[in-house]
Ligand binder design. Structure first.
Ligand code: SF4
Ligand code: SF4
Length: 120
């Protein structure tokens, strides 16, 4: 699995010097990873450097899956940071769901109250 730069990239250029294989390129406007030069930092670091130095949440993600897809996947993984981001995304989605159910509960309460007022 290699990594990819997404549209969340703010072009801070931190990953360019962090990559041990020189796989990250820029033309001054865009940043991208040359897939055939990326070895996932194997032998140099335990964590992909482009991912770990990126100041954005999803400026650099696993190419084949993406963080959202990882969160939905039930496949077990031994990669600490992959598991961490997958768990984080799951928690955020759960929080969004909680907020939404609160919204609808409020909506039904208001609706029921107005019905009672109309019937009174
Ligand atoms: S995973 Fe490692 S080798 Fe691949 S682009 Fe990122 S920093 Fe470079
Ligand atoms: S570190 Fe992240 S934000 Fe900075 S250039 Fe690389 S991918 Fe873009």
């Amino acid at each position: 699995m290699t990594y990819a730069i997404t549209s969340d990239c703010i072009r801070c250029d931190r990953c360019l010097s962090a990559c041990p294989t020189g796989a990250i390129e820029t033309n001054g406007t865009n940043v991208w990873i040359e897939v055939d030069r990326c070895n996932q930092c194997e032998g140099a670091y335990g964590v992909p450097q482009c991912w770990s130095v990126c100041p954005t949440n999803e400026g650099c993600v696993p190419l084949t899956t993406g963080v959202a897809a990882l969160a939905a996947s039930s496949a077990p993984t031994n990669d600490y940071w992959t598991a961490w981001f997958a768990k984080y995304t799951q928690m955020v989605e759960r929080l969004k769901g909680t907020q939404q159910s609160g919204y609808w509960r409020q909506w039904f309460d208001d609706y029921a109250q107005r019905l009672q007022q109309l019937q009174a």
